[in-house]
Ligand binder design. Structure first.
Ligand code: FA5
Length: 366
């Protein structure tokens, strides 16, 4: 009798102390399981005389009842605690901003394209687009590079195996200049536009990638001269880099589609390995960096595009967007632009809510 009482007390203590459903199950097997001491005690009743049974049964029955009751209550308590813990673990605070910890960001190239469009819109330029899969007439011939022109070889062109219905080669455009032709054919003169977009060349190192971005500029009107080009580029770069000490150097150069042609360099200095735009490239501690090509639109190009060169002339320029993004935001390897590395994007990306505007600053950081 005392044995059962003390065994019951010990079992009730162990059940109370069980802090997991597994520990509780072990207690159930020790007591009410097939070989548990309560079950074995109940079995002994069968071999007893009626008198013995009357004397022993109540204690055994009451041990069984209190152990079973304790097991059931503890099981309910443990299950309720587990549910509470799960609810706490999986709680969602619907008042928090969406995915605050993993928000996406605007790629620096997209940001710079928005900045360009904003600055040039203020100067009266519209944004034009053209196809990235071009034919060789728009990409080369109409830009005064016929089939045998050596400049075609300099462009490291990606060609498609098929030709257009009228026998032209199909290629990935190697520059944004074909948009000049498409825009003049579609709209005629006068016009004033920029054409930002992707271009492709078979080229790869720290400053060249097979796909990169250019922005084309084109102004066609009466009495346009190189002075307008220089003023436009200087005004743009001052707004873009948000500093007044921008010095551009126009270096005589050659492009088949402009005559005369000039290469555009910008003066910069280097601080702690980072290029800082500003100052005269020939000043102590400074140098020049090439950022694009430009010139007066070649008369042959105007003729190809259906514009009367006796009445109109204009200037055009093509700048590397990735290059000017690297200069403005201090990246030094162009290839990282296209790796899709979340850490790089988190560091160099911009908030989608931070639209560049001339009044708030075209370079506000996220
Ligand atoms: C051109 O592509 C001419 N269409 C530019 C032009 C337009 C001249 C209108 C005159 C009138 P170029 O190949 O130099 O020119 O490229 C222009 C700019 O694109 C370069 O200055 C450079 O900033 C950038 N660029 C060229 N190749 C790469 C490359 N592989 N990766 C990144 N940027 C590049």
């Amino acid at each position: 009798m005392t044995d059962i009482t003390s065994q019951t007390e010990a079992a009730l203590l162990a059940i109370a102390a069980a802090d997991s459903l597994d520990m509780l199950e072990a207690q159930r097997l020790e007591t009410l399981g097939k070989k548990g001491w309560v079950s074995l005690a109940l079995k002994t009743l069968g071999g007893m005389t009626p008198e013995e049974r009357t004397a022993a049964a109540p204690a055994i029955q009451s041990a069984r009842a209190s152990v079973a009751g304790a097991l059931e209550a503890k099981k309910a308590a443990l299950e309720a605690a587990e549910l509470e813990a799960q609810l706490a673990r999986e709680a969602i605070d619907l008042t928090l901003p969406a995915q605050a910890a993993h928000k996406g960001s605007v790629h620096p190239v997209s940001q710079v394209m928005d900045e360009l469009a904003e600055i040039f819109a203020d100067l009266g330029f519209a944004v034009a687009t053209g196809p990235e899969i071009e034919d060789d007439w728009h990409n080369f011939t109409a830009l005064n590079m016929d089939e045998t022109h050596p400049a075609r070889a300099m462009h490291d062109t990606f060609y498609f195996p098929d030709k257009t219905g009228d026998g032209k080669d199909v290629l990935l455009r190697t520059h944004t200049s074909p948009v000049q032709i498409r825009s003049m054919l579609a709209q005629g003169a006068p016009l004033r536009l920029i054409a930002p977009g992707r271009v492709y060349r078979s080229d790869s190192d720290a400053t060249h990638t097979p796909m990169f971005h250019q922005v084309e500029g084109l102004v066609i009107d009466r009495d346009i001269h190189l002075g307008h080009l220089k003023w436009t580029l200087e005004t743009f770069f001052k707004a873009f880099f948000e500093r007044e000490d921008i010095v551009l150097r126009l270096r005589p150069s050659y492009f088949p589609f402009t005559e005369p042609s000039v290469e555009v360099d910008v003066g910069y200095s280097t601080e702690g390995g980072r290029r800082i735009v500003g100052g005269h490239g020939d000043a102590p501690g400074h140098a020049w960096m090439e950022i694009g090509g430009s010139g007066m639109v070649n008369v042959r190009v105007l003729e190809f595009a259906g514009v009367d060169p006796a009445e109109y002339q204009g200037f055009a320029f093509g700048l590397g967007i990735d290059r000017i993004a690297m200069l403005k935001y201090g990246m030094n390897d162009l290839r990282a632009f296209f790796d899709g590395d979340g850490r790089w994007l988190a560091h160099y990306g911009f908030s989608p809510f931070d639209q560049p505007t001339l009044s708030a600053g075209v370079g506000a950081r996220a």
